[in-house]
Design a protein around this ligand. Structure first.
Ligand SMILES: [Zn+2]
Length: 259
């Protein structure tokens, strides 16, 4: 069983969300990937206005409607527009089919504006996937680091948090979240490097490591290679490829009658 925690509608051929979702699923089928978590629209913005946030979430809702048995949606929120974000969280998760929250680069994730979002996500049993990155060339102005996610996690021990890209500079990223048991990492979105999955399993435990591809920004094959080629037990690979994500999503799926 393979579930992908991190996919997008951007970078995928197709004129509509439905066409792009169909294309993603066609590629995923070649690898036996059963379920794809998808978030953000066909085009992105770093700091989306309330209208643009809604447009992007509407595109994901259209993709979910066309493929309800293959795609899971995470609502894309912007803490710079807190009221609009809480409205979108209610619209897409509480009252809609989405099952998680995606936060990207609009605001550092240790900011107090994230607290109401994370509290509401906890109430809804929705995991929060936060982009974390350490760029050699310098981060974007609002781009979060792994250490900032650790700060957020310590304020919200009941939250289910996923650090996207393992911070990209993964030797630092893994260490930064090591002492936060409610933080898992997804392995997506950087070149496959020998040792990343092994270190994540050694330092966090296999239960806190999650497969994601970042398709269409990255290929399924290159990102699956990080797990399939890792020198870890088969039981750890099973957890990483699907069982961990399923465990994190099961409370909200059950609540929605989807599990
Ligand atoms: Zn991504």
């Amino acid at each position: 069983m393979i579930w992908d925690a991190h996919c997008h509608l951007s970078g995928v051929p197709g004129r509509s969300p439905e066409e792009r979702m169909r294309q993603l699923i066609e590629f995923a089928d070649r690898f036996g990937i059963e379920r794809l978590c998808v978030f953000m629209g066909m085009t992105w913005s770093n700091d989306p206005s309330p209208e643009d946030m809604r447009r992007q979430n509407d595109e994901v809702l259209a993709a979910l409607k066309a493929f309800p048995d293959r795609a899971f949606g995470f609502v894309y929120l912007n803490p710079n527009h807190l009221d609009a974000s809480l409205g979108e969280l209610d619209r897409c998760v509480r009252d809609g089919p989405m099952v998680g929250v995606k936060l990207w680069v609009a605001r550092h994730c240790n900011a107090p504006e994230l607290d109401p979002i994370v509290r509401r996500a906890v109430e809804l049993k929705a995991p929060v996937l936060q982009h974390i990155y350490l760029k050699a060339t310098g981060n974007l102005p609002g781009e979060s680091t792994p250490a900032e996610l650790a700060e957020l996690a310590l304020r919200h021990p009941a939250a289910v948090l996923i650090g996207a890209h393992t911070g990209s500079d993964w030797e630092i990223g893994i260490r930064a979240v090591r002492n936060c048991p409610n933080v898992s990492v997804d392995l997506c979105g950087f070149d496959p490097t020998a040792g990343v999955t092994e270190m994540a399993v050694r330092e966090l435990g296999a239960e806190r490591v999650i497969f994601g591809s970042d398709a269409g920004g990255r290929s399924f094959a290159s990102q699956l290679g990080k797990v399939l080629g890792a020198d870890i037990p088969d039981s750890a690979k099973k957890l990483i490829l699907g069982e961990n994500l399923k465990r994190l999503l099961m409370p909200i799926l059950r609540q929605k009658g989807m599990g």
